[in-house]
Design a protein around this ligand. Structure first.
Ligand code: F6R
Length: 366
């Protein structure tokens, strides 16, 4: 049932090219610059008139929501807020019928997210769901939605659910952008063509497994680890840290790279590994200077860079290359080595990768 892999998590990491393909296939015609999503098409006026989009979710799905915020604001120019469902439901939030609430959940059963949806509905908002499990409580409770087609996710640590959520959010952002006239047909078509190359690029990226294993062997005994990223890759840094915490029990934190100097930099010494996402278009020069600041304090740098990078390579202790793509699509690639890194560290430490202590696959109680 694990298809020849040692763990469900590794199997699910490797299923991502297909999961992403299954998620966008049938929803887009790249060459024509067309995105079809019934859940949006059927309610297009609601989306066009939305004053604001509020995304509610927990855990990894919340990280997916943060990527969604960057995507929707960048392309569709609609204001987006991302909230932890558990906070949203109890803080008497201001929600009206002019708001659209997007709830994101792999399982579709997360208690806090379900309660946030009920609250938003009671205040008149239109609620759109992004779920993986078909017919789940959240899928049934929402007014409309789009499924991720990741297939069953068994490993407790979420992997393919995250990248397929980002895929759906990308389609939503681009669809709304094109409807609003923020994106021309040729621009949309070009982005969709780049999206079509993503599964193949992940397939290639998965071949770096041995290199990631070598890096894992060097840092597996570290008590702490920092993850830094900017822009679209800031949420990926948070997700990388969560993956390491969950399955290896190493304390890890994700930060926007520029926040370093506001506190976390005090933690850096020669024993601190720092994973930095430094893709070539996303504020590259700024990230390079963040890396220099870390290096001058003797921190150990594991950098995720774009193929052909030269500048970061000179400073970093380890470099993992991802294939070139549009900056907005890089989270689909940068996430992969971070998943593999936490997987290998957890395996080397002898942890129960698929069922980490104290965690359940779906949190149906608050
Ligand atoms: C992380 C993880 C959790 C879930 C969270 C939300 O690997 O598994 O953080 O992401 O419990 O679950 P769903 O998406 O099912 O609502």
């Amino acid at each position: 049932e694990k298809g020849g892999y040692d763990h469900f998590m590794l199997k699910e990491i490797h299923e991502q090219p297909k999961a992403i393909l299954d998620t966008y296939r049938g929803r887009m015609l790249a060459d024509e610059g067309i995105i079809r999503m019934a859940g949006i098409d059927d309610h297009i006026n609601k989306f066009m008139n939305a004053q604001r989009i509020i995304i509610v979710a927990c855990g990894t799905s919340w990280h997916g929501g943060l990527v969604g915020e960057y995507l929707i604001e960048e392309f569709a120019r609609i204001p987006v807020e991302v909230e932890y469902a558990s906070e949203f439901r109890y803080r008497n939030p201001i929600v009206t019928s002019k708001d659209i609430v997007i709830a994101i959940s792999q399982s579709g059963e997360t208690a806090d997210t379900l309660a946030a949806i009920k609250l938003a509905k009671s205040k008149g908002a239109f609620v759109f769901g992004i779920c993986n499990v078909v017919g789940s409580s959240i899928a049934r409770e929402t007014d409309a939605g789009a499924y991720t087609h990741a297939g069953p996710e068994i490993g407790v640590a979420s992997t393919k659910a995250f990248t397929t959520q980002i895929t759906v959010l990308t389609l939503i952002a681009l669809k709304l952008a094109s409807k609003k006239g923020e994106l021309s047909k040729p621009e949309l078509s070009s982005l969709l063509q780049k999206m079509q190359l993503i599964p193949g690029k992940i397939e290639n990226l998965l071949k770096i497994d041995d290199k990631v294993k070598e890096i894992a062997a060097v840092y597996k005994d570290a008590p702490n680890c920092l993850y830094l990223g900017r822009g679209f890759n800031f949420p990926v840094a948070l997700e990388g840290a969560l993956k390491l915490k969950e399955i290896s029990y190493i304390h890890a934190e994700g930060y926007p790279a520029a926040e370093m100097k506001h506190g976390p930099i005090a933690l850096i010494d020669e024993n601190m590994p720092i994973v930095v996402i430094a893709t070539n278009k996303g504020h590259y020069e700024k990230v390079v200077s963040n890396i220099q600041e870390i290096k001058s304090r003797a921190g150990k740098i594991i950098a995720i860079v774009t193929e052909g990078d030269t500048q970061v390579k000179e400073i970093a202790d380890h470099v993992i290359e991802i294939p070139e793509t549009e900056e907005a699509l890089t989270p689909l690639l940068t996430t992969i080595p971070l998943q593999l890194l936490s997987y290998h560290i957890a395996v080397m430490l002898g942890k129960n990768v698929d069922q980490p202590r104290n965690l359940a696959k779906s949190v149906t109680v608050e």
